[in-house]
Design a binder for this molecule. Sequence first.
Ligand code: PHE
Length: 340
Amino acid sequence: MNQKIEEILAAISELRANTEKEIEELRIKYLGKKGEVTALFEEFRNVLPEQKREFGQKLNVLKNAVQSKIESLKENIAETGAAKTSCDLTKPGDRMDLGTRHPISITREEIISIFHKFGYTVAEGPEIEDDWHVFGALNFPPEHPARDMQDTFFIHASDNPVLLRTHTSSVQVRAMEKMDLPIRVLCPGRVFRNEAISARAHCIFHQVEGLYIDKGVSFADLKQAVLLFAREMFGEDTEIRLRPSYFPFTEPSAEVDVSCNICKGKGCNICKGTGWLEIMGCGMVDPNVLEASGIDSKVYSGFAFGMGIERIAMLKWQVKDLRHYFENDVRFLRQFETVI
Ligand code: PHE
């Protein structure tokens, strides 16, 4: 009998069951009417009185062991059963939607990296500005229409107005005030103009402006910088053309066109049949502007240029409506997933 008890104890520690039915079968095998443990209890009647105490204890231990084993098998099944309904570990994971860089950021980085090769560093400045940095230091006469309420968003209009910058030329002024000469600086940033929103204009847009000031900088240097930029940005066979223009802060001033990269100059609906696309304004920094920032205009000269990032991005990817860049429809943005 002792041996039988040991055998059963060893056997139950090995028991496994996957279903409730299997567990029930095991219960019957050991604890049922004809079960092995029940049989031992029958045998117990014939045990000699002096051995009853010892065997009685052993049998109780055995019975408890079998019962608790069966309980724990039941718990196991309940747990794995519950797990099965809430989570299937073999199922493939949910796809994580990766964000993409915004086309305006992509274009801004591309412009910066081109000028980086020419030795330009990047400077940033405040979007909320004073009149001096946006207009005064840039040679805007007091009655200039750009200062008007129609163009500029004023936060606070007074003798010393606070306004949203209408161009990043304000950062160039700050660069001239602070940086050591010679200066080669790019000023990317968000600008604000009180314009009606349409396919071609927005009240918020982005610019990259550049400034180069050194001894003996000439218009030829400006033309060369613009040509190299245009070829890196729009392709090696791109041509440029400069048209006379006017900005208060540059003299002479020009508007830069690049040959249309769609029709290769033949004329198409993107270039409106002209073969040319306007990309930026530029010019030689007006001596008044240098002097306003404390730079000796008899020793130093420089050029400046400025372009709208949205416009460059529209030309590069033939986007016909500027508003796409602001609406952030993911169907539009996803198209730039493969650009970088
Ligand atoms: N600041 C001008 C604008 O916003 C662009 C420009 C910059 C033109 C530098 C010439 C020189 O339109």
